[in-house]
Design a protein around this ligand. Structure first.
Ligand SMILES: Nc1ncnc2c1ncn2[C@@H]1O[C@H](COP(=O)(O)OP(=O)(O)OP(=O)(O)O)[C@@H](O)[C@H]1O
Ligand SMILES: [Mg+2]
Length: 280
């Protein structure tokens, strides 16, 4: 039975669970057994050095890359290798690291496209909701996407994903290209608002400290494997945090952390076998 303490809080029911995922680009796998879970209303951050496989893991969860082995559960439903557009319909939003938006369209039109699954009558009120969640979008609504800065484009890409009212939002480097002020606002205000509204947020972030400070849980990925799973608070308190972020953690370090109350995900294989499979 999981126990909870101030440093290792009990976690809410899982919104999305990746278990022992193996994925890559056709050659030897890049992600070689990565696990991560995000609970309802949680913010969870995956950190790790450049090239560790963080984006590859999100792409595999989001149905962009094939999951060779392992499982991805949405609640208790197996969604491994379900196409991205079907995942959007189920309530899983994904904003890639290098998302592009439609240049010839205005920001409002880009948001409307994000709401293509909504009934027509709901699109405009949802734009209002999204602007309330991300107030920085308000002054951009009538601007043409081609004329936005890289950071502004990123905000629009996130807003567009929010249009579909996702239950789980996968965000790959959402603050890249944003000014320090906008990064701070996105992490501390917008993402917090979203989580409080019940959205589960799985974040990959270069600004690891800032991201962990607003997170409930953190995972460290090194060379394609999850090497640490811990409350964000426990992770932030580690004396060897810099080494952790660079992926310089040995099994012994991980064992120490486990003894301190953090844990890698327990095997979900029996759960997986029982779970429903959603076909492509
Ligand atoms: N399209 C691709 N085809 C082949 N290999 C790729 C492709 N994209 C990424 N890789 C390789 O996969 C490995 C992991 O890349 P990935 O983008 O997942 O890392 P990351 O942890 O997100 O790094 P970063 O922090 O720099 O964003 C790298 O060695 C990279 O070269
Ligand atoms: Mg990346």
């Amino acid at each position: 039975m999981p126990t909870s303490s101030a440093d290792s809080p009990a976690r809410p029911p899982a919104a999305l669970t990746a278990h022992e995922v193996v994925a890559g680009y056709g050659g030897p796998p890049i992600v070689r057994g990565a696990s991560a879970q995000v609970g309802i209303g949680e913010v969870v951050t995956v950190v790790g050095p450049n090239g560790a496989g963080k984006s590859t893991l999100l792409k595999a969860i989001a149905g962009i890359l094939t999951v060779e082995t392992g499982s991805v559960l949405f609640g208790e439903v197996e969604i491994r290798n379900v196409r991205t557009d079907r995942l959007a319909g189920l309530g899983i939003g994904y904003v890639p690291q290098n998302k592009d938006i439609f240049d010839p369209l205005t920001v409002r039109e880009n948001l409307e496209i994000g709401g293509y699954l909504l009934p027509r009558s709901k699109v405009h009120s949802r734009i209002d909701d999204v602007v309330s969640l991300m107030p920085a979008l308000r002054r951009l609504l009538h601007r043409r996407a081609a004329k936005l800065s890289g950071g502004e484009r990123k905000m629009v890409a996130i807003g567009r994903a929010l249009m579909a009212e996702p239950k789980v939002l996968l965000l790959d480097e959402p603050t890249s290209g944003l000014s320090a002020e906008l990064s701070n606002r996105l992490l501390t205000e917008d993402i917090g608002n979203l989580a409080r509204s019940g959205t589960a947020i799985l974040l990959v972030e270069q600004k690891a400290l800032a991201a962990l400070q607003i997170s409930d849980w953190g995972y460290v990925l090194a060379t394609g494997r999850t090497v640490i799973s811990s409350s964000a608070k426990t992770l932030l308190a580690r004396a060897d945090l810099a080494e952790v972020f660079l992926g310089h953690v040995s099994d012994a370090d991980t064992d120490d952390l486990d003894a301190g109350g953090a844990e890698l995900e327990s095997p979900a294989s029996s759960e997986t076998n029982r779970s429903k499979v959603v076909g492509r």
